[in-house]
Structures are given as structure tokens and as C-alpha cells.
Design a binder for this molecule. Sequence first.
Ligand code: BTN
Length: 342
Amino acid sequence: MNAASRPLDLPDASRRMQLLQLLADGEFHAGEALAKQLGVTRAAVWKLITALREQGINIESHARHGYHFPHAIQLYDAKRIAALLPADLQQRLRRIDTMLMVDSTNQYVLEHPADQTSPAVLCVAEMQSAGRGRRGRSWLAPFGSGVCLSLGYWFDAVPNGFSALSLVVGVALIRALRSLGVTGAQLKWPNDVLWQRRKLAGVLVEMRGEAAGPTHVVIGIGCNLRIPAPTREQLVATQTGVADLYEVLGEQLPDRNLLVATISAELLRCLASFSREGFVAFIHEWQQHDALRNVEVNVLRAEQTVSGLARGISEDGSLLVETPHGIQRFSSAEVSLRAGVS
Ligand code: BTN
């Protein structure tokens, strides 16, 4: 049996968090000053710094000035996220769980769902040790480089066009990003968010249980905020093209708590209207942001590749591809652009 998913129980976890909070401003902090603020010895500070570095957190040090992060980072704060949500949406969220490290926020929410009396729970983690992507891939997001969030949600009844849920999430992301000043983001079927044809965010929807009656889904979102150069290189080696919000917005980059609240608010709104009206309420908007429309694509399904012209989506969210044998529909597949961008 797998160990249950929970925030990783690290030695000195609360001291580590306090130290991160002190360093979060991106300024230099002398070891001695940190020791005083934490009420520990300088050697203990050094041990904590070493432990955080071992977790993959990039803390730079300078002989005279002390320690600092390469840039300021707003750590997640459940109270701030809640305060940034409109009151009616706050009431829909049963819990907001923030943590330094977890295996996967999706796994955590699958194991700690809301009860059905208030439909949603939100989980955000500064780092994931086993972040999951679509199709069995992993999701890489070093400390402070992005947002990793999962929203657990109960549908009282399965909405019409339920199989298109992940496309609805794409629309929610486009709305959230636009309200934060990101224009020109597009959707690559089924639900990648692209900017200038490079991947800015990804969505992984997971569910357990029956697809009838009350249904619990976990919607995981990874959004790139400020990807460090080595990670960018690593990602480019495995997938083509990575974008982050820093290159779109520069110093206007939103506070991470605001980003989480904005995405969550749009998700909760979209899920409520998806429940009421089904996918039909989203088709038109999805099509407006379709990055693949009239583009030559390769569609990989069950180890077979079909090539053709992407022609939008059907009423159930399937991808339509025009081939020499007619229009083919794909409800699940991997798509790449024939021009070489995927
Ligand atoms: C993809 O594009 O492949 C989907 C990526 C989804 C990543 C997010 S990060 C938060 C949540 N927890 C996970 O383990 N995965 C999703």
C-alpha cells in the first residue's frame, strides 16, 4: 500500500519555513541576524540552509553580505488567498491547504477531498517531490518558479459534456490570465495554455469513483512564473518551447497569492456554470483561443499517428482533424504541430 499523501514531514519544518519567510524579500541577510531572529545558533542556520538547498531551493550566499534568494518570492499564505477571493466564492471553499513540500498536490487532494456540503478544497505547494503531468509525465517546478495548485470539486450531478471538463479549465485559465494582463494566450487541445506557441501552463484532471451521481474531480494546474535557466534547458530537452509569466509581464508579475486566488476564482465560476449549462456554454470561447485551428497536426493515439488539418472541436470537446479520409474525431490523444512546434 502506498503511504498516504501528506505534507512531507521534514525535520525542523517550521524553522525551515520561518527561514524562508525571512529570506523571501530577496534581500541579503547575514547569518548572525538570521540566527538571532530564529533564536538559534549560526551553525544551526547553516544546517537549515544546507537542508533547504538539498531540497532544491536556490539560496545564494555571499561572504560579506550573507544569504539571499536571486529575487523576492511571495510565499503562499492561505489567509491572503482567502481574502483575495470574493465572499461568495470563499464560502464555496471548504479548506485552503498551503504547504512547503508535498509529493503531488493532486494526490493530496484526491486523498483529502472536501465533503459534499461545501463543494471545493484548494491545495497549493511551494514544491512537489513527484508532480504529475499528463500521460504519465512528471511536472517540474522548482521552488518559487511557478504555481502548483489543485482544486478538489464535487459535482452534484455529472454536467452535460462532462468529458470536456479539462477544456472548461482551459477557458478558466485564459480568463484568469487575461484579468492579470496576459493577452495572446491560446489553448492547445485539450488544455495546454500556450503563449507565443510555447507552453505557459498545463492541466491534469483526475477523478475517482463513478461517472454518475455526485462526482469528485481534482483539477491540477501548473503555471510557469519564472523558470530558472537550467530548468528551462531541462524542459526544452523534453518538450518544445517553455514560456513563463515573467517574460510576458516582466516586473508586473502578480503576487503568487493573487495568481492562485484569481485562477481559483475563475475555476469556481466556470465549474458552477459548467454544472448548470454544460460544455455548450464554453465552446465558442474555447474556439476563440484555439491555437491549432487550421494548423497541420500529427495526432498520436494508440501508437498510431494521424496527420491532417486541425478543424476545431466538436460539441463534446473532441478534436476534429481533416484528413484525406474525411474528418476524424479524437476524444483523447497527443497532438503536435507538424511545423515542429509541439
Ligand atoms: C501537463 O501539462 O502535463 C499537466 C501538468 C499539471 C501539473 C500540475 S502541478 C499541480 C498539480 N499536481 C500535480 O501533481 N500535477 C498538477
